[in-house]
Ligand binder design. Structure first.
Ligand code: BGC
Length: 536
């Protein structure tokens, strides 16, 4: 069918259901809470919602450990709540995509329980990666889990199973046709209920190579895969190029068959891959015309607030994607990384948001990013991330970025729940509630409203893009799209820009405008409407 490519320049809002809104007072967000508050998301001006997992799960990894991919976890509601949510999204004109997690199941999934009960070499075990160890006490190879510790766990009869993440997340064997068929069934199940697409978790992980061989530097490799470990970039690159379990050619067979499923529907279905690949050029393999529609670009998610770094990342991404049918994607935060404000600072976070909303392609906003929430400083006793638990505290984990949203009122938990929230919401967030920010025209929330609506009115339908300032030592980079120029000052000094343009929006007030100059505040971004003479 012909495609309107609704996702090409869409803004997606990522909902982490556990922390969005709790309607029943059990301290965890639920689908009803999302449905009842979806108008807040629509009012932001976004086009689509990405729902992080809400499937049946023992919740050892924030729901990314799925024990039944075709049912809703009772903590989040039930299937009719899901249907209501999809219906409400439609009513509000929002597209909805959901997470799908094909790399692993939860150890509570019936298949894994059956595998444990079945003998070595059985069909039940062949759906996962069960192998004999090198000897009775040594796993088949030396791979390290991304959450720390061995990537293998031994079962009663002495065999070992592979889990790239937590022990409770056994990796699936994608050479097994039952695994392939089961996922196609899951795709159809949710598509039949009305979703518009999928965010594919660990999309680069499904095919494994050299499963029975040691890696030459397992600890180095594990560090290279962790964003919180600093490493010389050449060393990191060399290690990342040697990963035997990510980005193997076999993953693409899976997405070719999924594309056929998507195309069998008479509406436009999209899928975006979470694929951390190296070198970055490999990413475009996921968006070949018979595969997926988008691949996440994680460069911005880890870059410093630095003109050279930002310019390089944007330029590389635009060039890479220009040779494909896919549009670029831009994400400044998600549920796996420190919150933007904590990573770069509050003013910088506002400036970066403005800058990226001007770029061609689609933007992903993680819930709470629009409020300028920082990471919460949690006590270790509150932390639940398996990365924290498995690494015995060496990795603090991602809980700080997953604290529930502060909605209203002066006292924590700020209307998120009438019970006890699953993670404490800092009392210092009183200023940051949605209620407060909605009343304050200078708030981060209002800035997002303004810039998203400007993007719609001034940039939709504009396909051109041209740099107007590249890094030159001043800290300023800028580009033009149609009649709009967008400039970012990453330096700590105000910078004057020659322009006849009129300021449309600015991340930091006020901007001094004199004659044909505008002054951009330190660490700020502005959008300018160019007068006719300045166009071209
Ligand atoms: C998800 C994480 C999760 C991991 C294992 C990721 O990429 O975004 O939250 O822990 O996959 O499923």
């Amino acid at each position: 069918m012909s495609s309107d490519g609704w996702w090409q320049d869409a803004i997606f809002y990522q909902i982490y259901p556990r922390s969005f809104y709790d309607s029943n007072g059990d301290g965890e967000g639920d689908l009803r809470g999302v449905t009842d508050n979806l108008a807040y998301v629509r009012d932001l001006g976004v086009d689509a919602v990405w729902m992080s997992p809400f499937y049946k799960s023992p919740n050892k990894d924030g729901g990314y450990d799925v024990s039944d991919p075709r049912d809703v976890d009772p903590r989040h509601g039930n299937l009719s709540d899901a249907k209501e949510l999809f219906g409400r999204a439609k009513e509000l004109g929002l597209k909805i995509i959901i997470d799908i997690i094909p790399n692993h199941f939860s150890s509570e999934h019936v298949w894994f329980k059956a595998a444990l009960a079945a003998p070595k070499g059985s069909l039940e075990r062949s759906r996962f990666h069960f192998h004999d160890g090198k000897d009775s006490k040594t796993p088949p190879n030396n791979w390290i889990s991304l959450f720390g510790g061995s990537a293998w766990t031994q079962v009663e009869d002495g065999q070992w199973y592979l889990h790239l993440f937590d022990t409770s997340q056994p990796d699936l064997n994608w050479e097994n046709t039952q695994v392939q068929a089961d996922f196609e069934k899951t795709l159809r199940f949710w598509l039949d209920l009305g979703v518009d697409g999928f965010r594919i978790d660990v999309a680069h992980g499904l095919a494994k190579e050299n499963l029975l061989q040691d890696h030459f530097d397992p600890q180095g490799l594990s560090n290279a895969l962790r964003l919180d470990v600093e490493m010389d970039s050449a060393e990191r690159s060399a290690l990342l190029a040697s990963v035997p379990f990510f980005d193997r050619d076999g993953v693409h067979d899976v997405y070719r068959s999924w594309r056929k499923v998507f195309d069998s529907y008479d509406r436009d279905i999209m899928a975006v891959a979470e694929a951390w690949v190296h070198p970055p050029e490999r990413a475009i393999r996921y968006v070949r015309s018979d595969e997926l529609n988008q691949v996440f670009n994680f460069d911005l998610l880890v870059s410093q607030f630095d003109d050279v770094e930002l310019f390089d990342c944007i330029e590389r991404t635009l060039k890479l994607m220009s040779g494909t049918q896919a549009s670029p994607t831009w994400a400044l935060s998600n549920h796996d990384t420190p919150r933007l404000v904590t990573r770069v600072g509050a003013e910088q976070a506002r400036a970066l948001a403005l800058f990226t909303f001007g770029l061609p392609g689609s933007c992903y906003v993680y819930q709470g990013q629009e409020l300028g929430l920082p990471d919460a400083d949690l006590a270790d006793a509150d932390r639940q991330d398996p990365a924290f638990i498995r690494s015995k505290g060496a990795q603090k984990g991602r809980d700080g970025a997953r604290v529930p949203l502060p909605w209203a009122g002066d006292v924590t938990p700020f209307g998120f729940t009438f019970g006890k929230p699953w993670l404490p919401i800092p009392q210092e967030w009183a200023e940051l509630t949605i209620e407060n920010q909605s009343k304050n025209e200078h708030s981060s929330l209002m800035l997002y409203h303004d810039v998203i609506s400007l993007r719609k009115s001034s940039l939709s339908g504009t396909t051109d893009f041209a740099w107007t300032a590249t890094p030159n030592g001043s800290g300023v980079i800028s580009f033009r799209r149609g009649t709009v120029e967008i400039a970012l000052n990453t330096s700590d000094k105000p910078v004057r820009l020659k322009t006849s343009g009129r300021v449309l929006v600015s991340s930091s007030e006020p901007n001094l405008v004199v004659a044909d100059e505008v002054e951009i505040a330190p660490r700020a971004c502005i959008w300018l409407e160019l007068s006719n003479s300045a166009e071209k």
